[in-house]
Design a protein around this ligand. Structure first.
Ligand code: PHB
Length: 395
């Protein structure tokens, strides 16, 4: 009798313990570990991505399915794959995050793929855009773009618009190689000729000599990919100083060259530049207006660019997953929701391809124009729901 009593008491206390544990669990926030370039030459990447993420939370509240959402932001500095990997390990082991996110630069994203896989952490790329990244882990997805996706349509556009000879100039790392290959493929398939190609350093580049070589070759146009921000400003300065515009050599590029974060600093040299990309602050939609207003409520001094949209949409995806899982996280169920997910983004409709878990989206052809005194990428043509052609090529 005595023994029975003891057992039942233990059972009661176990039940009590279990319910305390589940209350504690319900009260625990969902943690999103963001690894981003917050300092150094690429600091605007981190600023844009994290402000975009915060803008989503400001607009939609910080609680989903009864769970608070908490951002844990870690600075990776510049291109530093070892640091990125260490930060991911710490976020997983010490902070026990539910998601990993961020990554402006490709090497920082690639370094984290093995950790995403081993720890089964849904990992959302907010910018890094080399095609191969999402093939490196079944737990990685991307809400930004791939370079082949945004570049391929430009090769077609260039030939259709009378450009016959092009010199390609790209940053000497993954996204640059992807952009170079995709441009060559679509432009030569249309009938165009590549008359020269050069790869330029990612860090501390002096663009002058490269731009001079382009000028000496006298192509109809230069196709350029450099990372957004300081690199783009530097390239545009060299293009102007060496007189390429005056020599009649057109500049065509991915939208990284004329991103909204720096476009006003490019000045009149940028007017008339044609680019292809997935986001422009000038995109006319209610979703984009709401995004710009939410961003301005946090940072009224900067214009949001495509990286900010990546941060915003990463949070939209995370909120949708947490809502559908009713606040109970499970990595495999999360990835099942992410594959095939559809969102109405500030850039237009987006979808995560169920097969590749990479992004499918509209690509827009744009021209830099002055609107009310300020420079904007004005969209004038849309190629609907483009999949990453880089995945097709590597099959
Ligand atoms: C990248 O490293 O993948 C990257 C960085 C900046 C861009 C685009 C791609 O503007």
């Amino acid at each position: 009798m005595k023994r029975f009593k003891l057992i039942s008491l233990t059972a009661v206390s176990l039940v009590a313990l279990a319910s305390t544990a589940s209350t504690a669990l319900a009260a625990e926030p969902i943690k999103v570990g963001i690894i981003a370039e917050m300092t150094g030459a690429f600091a605007d990447f981190g600023q844009q991505m994290t402000t975009g993420a915060k803008a989503y939370m400001k607009e939609h509240g910080d609680t989903v399915a009864g769970r608070k959402i908490e951002l844990i932001i870690r600075d990776v500095g510049g291109p530093a794959p070892d640091v990125s990997k260490r930060l991911a390990q710490e976020l997983v082991v010490k902070d026990n995050v539910d998601f990993l996110a961020g990554f402006g630069l490709t090497p920082n994203a690639l370094a984290v793929a093995p950790i995403a896989t081993e720890a089964k952490k849904p990992t959302i790329i907010m910018n890094a855009a080399t095609s191969i990244i999402t093939t490196k882990s079944p737990y990685m997805t991307r809400v930004s773009m791939t370079l082949p996706q945004v570049t391929s349509p430009l090769g077609d556009w260039a030939y259709k618009n009378g450009i016959r000879t092009v010199y390609t100039a790209v940053a000497d790392y993954g996204p640059g190689y992807d952009a170079e290959a995709a441009f060559k493929k679509s432009f030569t398939a249309a009938g165009g000729e590549i008359v020269g190609s050069v790869r330029m350093p990612l860090t501390n580049p002096d663009y002058g000599p490269f731009v001079q070589r382009i000028k000496d070759t006298k192509p109809d146009a230069a196709f350029v990919f450099v990372p957004a921000g300081e690199s783009a400003v530097g390239f545009m300065k060299a293009y102007a100083e060496r007189g390429l515009k005056a020599a009649g050599i057109k500049l065509i590029a991915t939208g990284d060259m004329t991103d909204d974060g720096v476009i006003d600093a490019l000045g009149d040299n940028a007017v008339g530049v044609i680019t292809t990309h997935h986001y422009s602050a000038a995109h006319d939609s209610p979703e984009n207006r709401a995004f710009i207003a939410a961003y301005a409520a946090i940072d009224p001094t900067h214009r949001p660019n495509f990286m900010a949209v990546g941060g915003y949409d990463a949070m939209a995806l995370i909120y949708s997953v947490v809502r559908q899982l009713n606040g109970v996280m499970d990595p495999d169920k999360a990835m099942a929701i992410i594959r095939g997910a559809k969102l109405l983004s500030p850039r237009g409709p987006i979808m995560i391809d169920p097969e590749t878990h990479d992004i499918t989206q509209n690509v827009y052809v744009r021209e830099v124009k002055r609107v009310d005194g300020k420079l904007y990428n004005v969209e004038f043509a849309t190629i609907s729901m483009v999949k990453d052609p880089g995945k097709e090529a590597s099959k």
